[in-house]
Design a protein around this ligand. Structure first.
Ligand SMILES: Cc1cc2nc3c(=O)[nH]c(=O)nc-3n(C[C@H](O)[C@H](O)[C@H](O)COP(=O)(O)OP(=O)(O)OC[C@H]3O[C@@H](n4cnc5c(N)ncnc54)[C@H](O)[C@@H]3O)c2cc1C
Length: 280
């Protein structure tokens, strides 16, 4: 089966799960159900029956293709995640999972913060206002990496000094940067996990969360491989067309001239259409 994403930060796997450089981890702690639970729920009206694997696969693909999502909610996964705070902030926006995070009020924050690899540093993208472009001078990239290291070390020194001076942990932590690592448990059902993957494996998502999402995807694939294949085929790797896009494709397939400027001058829509055409 095709890999779900790119794993540039993955640096190994052991009993504590997948390591994501420099200090990140994703571990599937527990799960309930798998492909059989999806099928069982979908067939509730017929009883267990004696369906073949091929029949089950066809059913799962039908469910995925037709947005019949509740059978996928029968499968539950629980992860232990260690990631930088800026990644966690994006993760926590997914309200349909349950989170429990380590508390900087109870525990002393450890001296671990995210420093990007020089090769991953980019300049502000002009095409995507939230993204980066890799057209950067290596000297400038190295300078930034050094800056991040220095800022992290200095901030942690200030934090330690405050702790040594008996300042409350809940206050001392406010000097720490977004790159500090946090840890949380995340419990989510398969349907909502797929939604998370759809958004966070997308090329528009930040590279650092994409690396974590890729590991989540590998775990989800192990838990329910047939469902995951259907998710990849219908949602992650499928191409959805807007009405205007469909009109252009229809015209081209019929050998006709496509409508002139169907996107009304919207350059983003035009570019995204060309990207989709590149996938086909
Ligand atoms: C590339 C990218 C850029 C982003 N940029 C920004 C940004 O600049 N600023 C920002 O604030 N956020 C940003 N986000 C976060 C984004 O707006 C969503 O909050 C986040 O992706 C979670 O998506 P969700 O709400 O669909 O997921 P979930 O919270 O898991 O919800 C899943 C689905 O459940 C339904 N749902 C859940 N709760 C409700 C509710 N209360 N009411 C109605 N329906 C609900 C919706 O259908 C939703 O799609 C960005 C996300 C991405 C992927």
């Amino acid at each position: 089966m095709e890999e779900p994403g790119g794993l540039t930060g993955l640096s190994g796997v052991d009993d504590d799960g997948f390591k994501i450089a420099p200090h990140g981890r994703v571990r599937l702690v527990d799960h309930m159900g798998g492909d059989a639970a999806v099928v069982q729920a979908a067939r509730v009206s017929y009883g267990p029956g004696t369906k073949t694997v091929r029949g089950d696969r066809g059913l799962i693909r039908y469910l995925m293709g037709h947005g019949h999502t509740t059978p996928f909610e029968m499968v539950q996964l629980k992860f232990h995640v260690k990631c930088p705070i800026f990644v966690a902030r994006q993760w926590f926006r997914h309200r349909t999972g349950s989170f429990n995070e380590i508390s900087g009020r109870y525990s002393v924050v450890t001296d671990e913060f995210f420093v990007p690899e020089v090769d991953d540093v980019g300049v502000q993208s002009s095409a995507n206002r939230q993204g980066r472009s890799m057209a950067i001078d290596m000297g400038a990239a190295q300078f930034f990496v050094n800056l991040v290291k220095q800022a992290g070390e200095e901030a942690y020194e200030h934090y330690s000094e405050a702790i040594d001076n008996d300042i409350a942990r809940e206050l001392a932590r406010i000097v720490l940067p977004l790159g500090m690592y946090t840890q949380f448990y995340w419990s989510v059902n398969l349907h909502n996990l797929y939604h998370f993957l759809e958004l966070r494996l997308d090329s528009h998502a930040q590279q650092e969360i994409r690396e974590f999402a890729t590991v989540v995807a590998l775990c989800a694939r192990d838990v329910a491989p047939i469902s995951f294949e259907a998710f990849m085929d219908y949602r992650l790797k499928g191409v959805r067309l807007s009405r205007q896009e469909a009109e252009i494709v229809r015209a081209r397939l019929r050998g006709q001239e496509p409508p002139e400027d169907p996107f009304g001058g919207n350059i983003r829509e035009r570019d995204e259409f060309e990207q989709k055409m590149g996938l086909l």
